[in-house]
Design a protein around this ligand. Structure first.
Ligand code: SAH
Length: 377
């Protein structure tokens, strides 16, 4: 059964349903399920949120829908555009919270980076979302609503010429920790009556929640990215506390199972390069060794993006180049992610939004900063 966000109290937000849920809802209100599909097309192809404009829906049904439900995407608080055309939206949530969504235009595609949680509970030491602490999971409506709002604001093009060609669950939060809502929202990204994106164009990135990686491959066909950042357990645990629970060997085994189930796919390993931390020749050697176990997979190198209060620095350009060359020479397909939108703090790991922290982590970080045990950048 779909989770129903009731806001205002007596009304149901249709953005909370995938196709199956929407059909069930229409049945519940005494309507034929195919009507749900008609309305779904209006919502996601025409970006329509007013039932009155749905001209092929009968007048009586339009009135009934207006009575019992609504189409409610998050509210835009801010739309910042960087000099390179990258957009960053700040979207308002309840209780003064806000999340961020980023659009990255490139010559042949447009990628939307979507958030899955208000804050994040994983506490990776190099990520500004982690430093903000955690408030709550986003609902399905709040996740798919980010795509809806961005598509609407990016402009009036037909569904076939849409500006968003790819979606990556790489914004704030750990998407697998909000499994059901994220999967439902990704069904809407993939569905022909939703945003109609192919499996290779919808990517979920995880810090490595091993059992949920298996569950994901059983439930939906999307692409997988894994945040690795270190190829030995000691360093990875220091950077990503989740590695204590699911160490590298278990993570790689899950990745091998993923590939075994989807033999034609590849997994992208994200590796953020931090000066003197994980960017030395020995680290490249460890990573090469590890990638031999997953020969069809790729590495995506991300130069570290600094944020206020961080103890890390971006690797020097020649170290980045050397690291990539070593991997390429060893036959590992390795890309270097160009930093986009950094004049508006829209780059990877810089998304902070406004998080009412329930973990007290942000207070703790501020305290350590004041005591001088954490350095400002
Ligand atoms: N929680 C998920 C989704 C976040 S994706 C995950 O961990 O995969 C965001 C990507 O940017 C992740 O690979 C993350 O590790 C990386 N990242 C986080 N902080 C960063 C920073 N300051 N600079 C560069 N990359 C960063």
């Amino acid at each position: 059964m779909n989770q129903v966000v009731v806001n205002p109290p007596e009304k149901v937000n249709l953005l909370d349903f995938d196709r199956r849920g929407l059909r069930d809802f229409f049945t519940q209100i005494g309507e034929k399920p195919y009507r749900a599909e008609q309305v779904m097309k209006w919502i996601y192809h025409d970006l329509e949120d007013n039932f009155e404009n749905m001209t092929d829906v009968g007048k009586a049904l339009r009135a009934k829908l207006t009575e019992v439900c609504y189409i409610g995407a998050p509210k835009t608080l801010l739309d910042k555009v960087a000099t390179d055309g990258t957009h960053k939206w700040l979207l308002g949530m309840d209780s003064g919270n806000a999340i961020e969504t980023v659009y990255i235009p490139e010559p042949t595609r447009g990628t939307l980076c979507v958030s899955s949680q208000i804050g994040c509970a994983l506490n990776c030491s190099f990520c500004s979302t982690g430093a903000q602490g955690f408030n709550r999971n986003l609902s399905t409506a709040e996740i798919i609503g980010q795509v809806w709002v961005a598509a609407k604001q990016l402009g009036n093009v037909t569904h076939q010429n849409r500006r968003i060609t790819n979606v990556v669950m790489m914004g704030m939060g750990e998407p697998l920790a909000n499994f059901d809502n994220v999967v439902r929202a990704m069904h809407l990204m993939r569905d022909d009556l939703g945003f109609g994106l192919a499996a290779k164009r919808v990517t979920l990135s995880t810090a490595g929640m091993v059992p949920l990686i298996d569950q994901l491959s059983a439930q939906i066909d999307v692409s997988l990215a894994v945040s690795l950042h270190a190829a030995n357990d000691e360093l990875r645990t220091e950077l990503m506390p989740i590695n204590k629970r699911y160490p590298i060997a278990e993570l790689l085994a899950a990745c091998q199972r993923w590939i075994a189930r989807k033999p034609r796919t590849s997994i992208t390993f994200e590796y953020t390069l931090m000066k003197g931390i994980n960017d030395q020749p020995e680290h490249a050697r460890q990573l090469i060794k590890l990638m031999r176990k997953l020969p069809t997979c790729k590495v995506n190198l991300i130069p570290f993006n600094p944020f206020p209060g961080t103890q890390y620095q971006r690797s020097d350009a020649n170290d980045i180049h050397d690291f990539q060359t070593r991997l390429l020479n060893a036959g590992v397909l390795t890309m270097l992610r160009r930093t986009r939108g950094d004049d508006i703090d829209a780059a990877c790991g810089q998304l902070a939004g406004q998080v009412t922290d329930r973990t007290r982590r942000s207070a703790d970080i501020r305290k350590r900063q004041d005591e001088g045990t954490l350095h400002a950048s």
